[in-house]
Design a protein around this ligand. Structure first.
Ligand code: ACO
Length: 311
């Protein structure tokens, strides 16, 4: 049975009125949001690593500037999201500690290596492309600070998606045979992991039903995966590339693309921490925090000194 506070809360949600930090909310709603927003923030931060890998080897100055700008945007998204999470009473340092000792999740996709320059195109096109499909509906999520954060994030993600696609298009249209082969190799490696970003299939998604009732999620994992596929296949064809999926085909009757079975064993292995780069990613984050400790200590000491002077 719902108490009067909970009934009022659910009515607000049903009426599409945002829940704000000072409004009453069920504990489980707060916990779910802290879980999702912290995982989302960690993904943005860890997501800088696979692209950072290519900054020193970008083929031209223009490409380097573009890649650097994109990676800095991701840092901004992470900081934005940690702030949204703090409005729920969560502690940023505690949540980041959980990432560093392996207790927190972040998107599976960032545990795959970036092996060639075309990966910078594919990550922008497929990974940021999938992120947009997931995040556009989050602009209408029921928690106000999260919804508002998504508006700017989505604008920046669509620039990322285009810059990635443009890298691939240039390689396919003006590149050598080796460069074209590099694009196809990259797509072969990222295709399935990108489809996995949307999470487990609906029947294996423990959080979906409650999150949909609270309008935290507006569409199911499978719905968004299908939407991504439908918009991506024509772009794949325009590139002149193929997907590593012999079962991929257009269904005239439904108007949707059909695809083969996702390797869920691989997905769960990566989520559990056993993907190709999980250990390397966490290690890179930990050493970044350790190497930056002196900067934070110096800033605190400086602030204390100024306070003493003012007093
Ligand atoms: N990688 C890692 N973990 C995942 C993934 C994934 N691709 N998909 C699902 N999971 C986890 C969920 O976090 C959940 O874990 P938990 O219950 O231990 O916290 C578990 O698998 C079961 O999945 P669901 O019940 O479907 O979980 P949920 O309802 O949270 O849906 C989803 C998952 C769709 C990712 C949702 O959390 C979401 O929309 N998050 C915001 C977007 C986001 O995080 N994007 C990050 C990648 S994009 C980018 O950063 C560029």
């Amino acid at each position: 049975e719902m108490g009067p506070e909970e009934r009022q809360f659910q009515e607000r949600i049903n009426d599409e009125i945002k829940i704000e930090p000072k409004n009453w909310m069920p504990d489980a709603y707060r916990k779910t949001l802290i879980r999702q927003i912290s995982q989302h923030a960690h993904s943005e931060i860890v997501g800088m690593l696979p692209e950072g890998n290519w900054l020193t080897r970008a083929p031209t100055l223009k490409r380097k500037l573009q890649l650097m700008a994109k990676i800095q945007d991701e840092a901004g998204h992470g900081l934005y999201l940690y702030s949204a999470m703090e409005t729920l009473g969560a502690d940023r340092d505690e949540e980041i500690d959980k990432l560093h000792d392996g207790r927190a999740k972040y998107s599976s996709i960032f545990n795959y290596p970036t092996l060639n320059w075309a990966d910078m195109g594919t990550v922008g096109w497929l990974v940021d492309g999938a992120a947009i499909v997931n995040q556009v509906p989050l602009q209408r999520t029921s928690y106000g600070p999260y919804a508002r954060a998504m508006i700017r994030v989505c604008k920046e993600e669509s620039f990322h998606q285009r810059q990635g696609y443009q890298i691939l298009l240039t390689m396919m249209q003006e590149g050598t045979d080796d460069q074209k082969a590099m694009v196809q190799d990259s797509i072969n490696r990222f295709w399935w992991p990108a489809l996995m970003m949307f999470g487990p299939s609906d029947e294996n998604s423990p959080n979906s039903a409650q999150s949909m009732a609270w309008k935290i999620k507006r569409h199911s994992n499978d719905e968004l995966r299908q939407r991504f596929l439908d918009q991506t296949v024509p772009q794949l064809e325009l590139l002149g590339c193929t997907a590593p999926d012999p079962d991929l085909k257009y269904n005239e009757e439904t108007g949707h693309y059909e695809f083969g079975e996702i390797d869920w064993q691989e997905f769960f292995d990566v989520v559990k921490g056993n993907g190709p780069c999980n250990r390397e990613r966490i290690e890179a984050r930990r050493s970044a925090i350790d190497n930056g400790a002196w900067v934070r200590e110096a800033a605190v000491a400086h602030a204390a000194k100024r306070q003493r002077k003012a007093a």
